[in-house]
Design a protein around this ligand. Sequence first.
Ligand code: CMP
Length: 225
Amino acid sequence: MVDDIVLAAPLFAGLEPEASEALVATMKAIDVARGDTLFHEGEPGDRLYVVREGKIKLGRRSNDGRENLLAVLGPGEMFGELSLFDPGPRTATATVVADAVVLELGHGDLIKWLHDKPTVAQHLLQALARRLRRTNEALADLVFSDVPGRVAKALLDLSTRFGERVDEGIRVAHDLTQEELAQLVGASRETVNKALADFAARGWVRREGRAVVLLDVDRLERRAR
Ligand code: CMP
């Protein structure tokens, strides 16, 4: 029996249950722990991954050693397919942020599926298009929004993946260090910290180690605009 979370990945959208099960059967589940690296930017890539549990960050490093996070992915999300569609090295490093189980699929196996089930290709294109929209938006935010606006947006975005309703609002257990949060926002740790402290002072959020409780989503949404 295949779990629904995995089947939410675009790889399975539009497939009959039997076909999904057959595809999952060709995938290998691997357990990885916080801090493990699945692959590095620049390496050749021959497989993609679907997250079953946990969190994976995708990051890039500049020549002078600074890091930028492209995304933090959770259950039901997929990564590692770009080096298949545009053959070339990995475009980012994939590192485990919270202990995870990922299913891996060889690019060769995926190609076979794409031939037999064109609907898979259609859904993968849709997923890529969605990611391009997000990336365009993040790029525009880097140019047009200030750091507090970007912090508010990052928290709201993380809440859609990792948020859990609690009495006071939404608890987002992002598992990111302050440094990683800053890399996701594209600003220094100090500036991001200042923005978070300001949100906390206004009663919009409460910080709890590697989690944050969103107390006033409306105000955060307005700040993110
Ligand atoms: P690949 O280049 O094989 O390895 C790194 C992976 O990171 C890449 O495939 C994508 O799956 C993922 N990735 C690259 N850029 C982004 C982005 N902007 N947003 C989300 N995921 C990305």
